[in-house]
Design a protein around this ligand. Structure first.
Ligand SMILES: [Zn+2]
Length: 320
């Protein structure tokens, strides 16, 4: 699908409930892919520059928003097909793209005592990747990528879903291109976020950018092509959903008669919100608890044990 003079989008179903939208940007001099989807999508993504009339030698960039497996799965095939391709990503993303042992350890195998890192889970996650690649460019906010003919990508940092993530504003068509900086909150899994405080700042920043840049359309990897009004509404709904997660976690801690383990808090949250008990949600809950401990909002009373201040006060009152 051609969205405007510079932007071409391919849509597919990642899972029955989650779509994936991949973007190709065409300039007068060269073109750029944003993210590479999963391994099996490559034959279809490969058609985007063909549709745009950009020859393989001029497909110059593969710009990675963030290194989750459904965003870097065709990197090897892209490198093998486009002879002048440069891969760009944020500095933090490098290890997950270039070293799958680190990727697996920090992703699916992060809590082996709670979620067994089975061969099935390995295959589900890492099986969608076609191979490790070494990024050529480490990118950050303030960088610009000129594709020629006025087609220019301005980069913005949008962390939260991951410790670092990049968004791209295409100046000539006023299109904002986003990976997962706004995580899915209405699915049967928690899409999740590793940096909850940064996510809140990013949501506020995206609301501001949409207005300040006078965006015409916003394209997100799992929500597709949105108007500014639809985009602002999505941000509002996302903020409500992350507030609800915070409220439910705090309520569980306050009502507990004794300190609770990460695993118990995560399982109760999934039950209360009717979500699958899955590793992404576990990482999210762990990140929220660690933030709250650092802010003094709750207490950590063991290596993996948490309680709310009000719970600890009522416990000491009971003892007194
Ligand atoms: Zn992601």
């Amino acid at each position: 699908m051609q969205v405007n003079a510079a932007i071409f989008v391919h849509q597919a179903a990642l899972t029955p409930e989650i779509p994936i939208f991949n973007v190709f940007v065409k300039g007068a001099r060269c073109g750029a892919f944003l993210d590479s989807g999963v391994r099996t999508l490559f034959p279809q993504l490969r058609q985007l520059p063909v549709m745009a009339g950009v020859v393989d030698e001029r497909v110059r960039y593969l710009l990675v928003t963030h290194p989750h497996h459904d965003h870097i799965g065709s990197n090897r095939q892209m490198l093998a097909t486009f002879p002048n391709l440069l891969i760009g990503c944020s500095p933090w993303a490098r290890n997950w793209i270039a070293d799958f042992a680190i990727h697996w350890r920090e992703f699916g195998a992060r809590y082996p005592e709670i979620i067994a890192p089975t061969p099935q889970l390995y295959e589900e996650l890492m099986g969608v990747l076609d191979g490790e690649t070494e990024p050529d460019l480490l990118l950050q906010e303030g960088n610009e990528i000129d594709l020629g003919g006025g087609v220019l990508l301005r980069l913005f940092d949008v962390p939260g879903h991951m410790p670092e993530e990049l968004a791209f504003f295409e100046v000539s068509t006023r299109t904002l291109l986003i990976g997962d900086a706004i995580p899915g909150t209405a699915w049967t899994i928690f899409h999740g976020y590793l940096a909850p405080a940064k996510l809140r700042s990013t949501l506020a920043k995206l609301r501001r950018l949409c207005r300040d840049l006078d965006c015409v359309s916003i394209i997100l990897a799992h929500f597709g092509v949105l108007s500014p009004a639809q985009f602002l509404d999505l941000i509002d709904r996302t903020e409500l959903a992350i507030n609800q997660v915070d409220d439910l976690l705090l309520e569980t801690l306050r009502q507990a008669r004794e300190p609770l383990r990460l695993e118990e808090l995560w399982r109760q949250l999934c039950l209360k919100t009717d979500k699958q008990q899955e590793f992404r949600g576990l990482t999210m809950v762990d990140s929220i608890l660690k933030l709250w401990v650092s802010e003094g909002k709750i207490r950590q009373v063991g290596p993996d044990l948490y309680e709310s201040w009000s719970a600890s006060q009522s416990a000491s009152a009971r003892k007194g």
